[in-house]
Structures are given as C-alpha cells and as structure tokens.
Ligand binder design. Structure first.
Ligand SMILES: [Fe+2]
Length: 265
C-alpha cells in the first residue's frame, strides 16, 4: 500500500528580539519592538497545516519585567500558538512568572514532537545543559522514540566560524551529541543567539540557527561585528514521512539602520 506524504505542520522560529522596557527602546540603532512587529507581519500567510511559533530566547535585552509585558501584548495579537525558551539575556524565573504563555517542554505536532531545552544559565553568556536538563531530554527521547523529534535551544552546540560567538556554544555539547547519536528519531536542532542564519550537519542531524528579529551579526567575524542584513525568521516545514524543509525569511524594505558605532549588546 502506498502512503502519500502529508505536510504535518509549519514552525516559524523567532529569536533574539532583545525587547527593552518600552516601545521606543533601541539597541545598536534598531528599535527592537518595531522590528519584531515587522517580522511578525512578514511571516508567510497561514497554511492549512497547524502552525507554531517557536521563540528561542533573548526575548528581553536585559531580563526586564517590562519587556516581558510588552512581549505578552505583542503575542496576544498573534493567531498562532507559540512556545518559548530563555536565552542568556533573559531571566527564566521572571519569565515563568510574567509571561502569559507558560513554558512548554514539549509540543506535539502529528507524528512530530518539538522539545524545548534550556541552555541558558543565570549570569553566564555561554550555553550549558544541566544534568537535570539532559536527564529530562533522555526520558523524552525514550518516550517519543516512535516519533520524529526536533530540538530547540538558545545556544548552538556547534561552531559557526565566528570566533567570539563560538566561545558561547553549549559547553557540554559532547553529552548532547551522545544522546542525539543514539536516537535516530531526532531530525534537527534549532538555536538562536548567533543573530544569523547558519546550517550544518552534526551527528547526522541538521543544526540550524535563526536570524534575529532585530539586528544581525556579521558571518565569519572574529569579534563583535554587525551586518546590514534586515530582521528575519526561520521557517520549518514538517512532513509525515520524517522529511523537513527549512529556510530563512527576511523583512523587505526596512527603514531602520544598524548603528555601526555600537561595540557590544
Ligand atoms: Fe543570546
């Protein structure tokens, strides 16, 4: 009997919005509230398949409570369901208190499952997966051994040829690699933090980063360097036979200009 391949779901990944305490907050010359709105408007029209927004951290630029209230307001207008995880600029305990959408560890999408992991640690820029996090992941990979699995986290487990950002990659990536290598159901891993689109194969799975919804970093840079690329997002299409397609989308015709005098964020 022949089974036809069905489009199971579309995930739209939003990352590194760096919202500030007010709508007029600017970082590196970019009004981050405005650029998040532009990205949401630029998302492809809703398809017949269910859609999920996956928000991969650094929602706030500085763990500000007011930034999370702003995020609540923005997302209240979204017709799509969403899930989020914290980044190094976020305050995870505060997010759990203030964000209207509770932290979701797992989102099931047909015969696929998206697992949200916390790689950010308090007061550290770099990524790390705690023993608890790894143990929960191992349990979930066992529970969902018959499904196709996607992993989401803030930090990349791989290097992307940006020396200053590569220092922040998940420190214990070896432990993650062992888990991933043991589970053939894991199809891809999606991260943020690096403010640029990047894709590579790792442990037999695709590892992809998303552009930021505000400013982008220059690919191949040794130190902090901004690029002229506009705000963007990543799209991920999932199919019933375990295939996936992914790519990036950018906002066209943005008027905001990054401030190259900025030397950090
Ligand atoms: Fe980050």
């Amino acid at each position: 009997m022949q089974h036809s391949t069905r489009h199971i779901a579309r995930i739209l990944q939003l990352s590194d919005s760096h919202l500030g305490p007010g709508r007029d907050f600017k970082l590196a010359g970019i009004n981050t509230y405005q650029s998040l709105g532009q990205v949401l408007k630029a998302l492809p029209d809703q398809d017949v398949a269910p859609e999920l927004l996956a928000v991969t951290g650094d929602i706030a630029g500085d763990g500000d409570e007011a930034a999370y209230h702003l995020f609540n307001e923005v997302m209240a207008e979204q017709p799509r369901s969403f899930a989020w995880l914290p980044g190094n600029h976020d305050d995870f305990p505060l997010m759990r208190k203030v964000l209207r959408q509770p932290f979701r560890r797992v989102v099931e999408l047909g015969n696929w499952v998206a697992i949200f992991l916390v790689s950010a640690q308090a007061d550290e820029v770099g990524g790390h997966l705690s023993e608890t996090e790894l143990a929960e992941l191992a349990d979930l990979l066992h529970r969902y051994r018959d499904e196709y699995v996607l992993l989401f986290m803030h930090h990349m487990p791989v290097e992307i040829s940006c020396r200053w950002l590569d220092k922040h990659r998940v420190g214990n990536h070896g432990q993650l690699a062992e888990l991933v290598a043991r589970c053939p159901g894991v199809r891809a891993l999606f991260a943020g933090h690096v403010h640029q689109a990047f894709s590579i194969s790792w442990q037999g799975v695709g590892v992809h980063s998303a552009p930021s919804t505000c400013f982008q970093f220059a690919p191949g840079s040794d130190g902090f360097e901004l690029s002229e690329q506009p705000p963007g997002y990543r799209w991920i299409d999932l199919y019933s036979d375990g295939r996936l397609k992914t790519g990036e989308g950018f906002v066209a015709g943005v008027e905001q200009q990054v401030d190259h005098r900025c030397s950090g964020y």
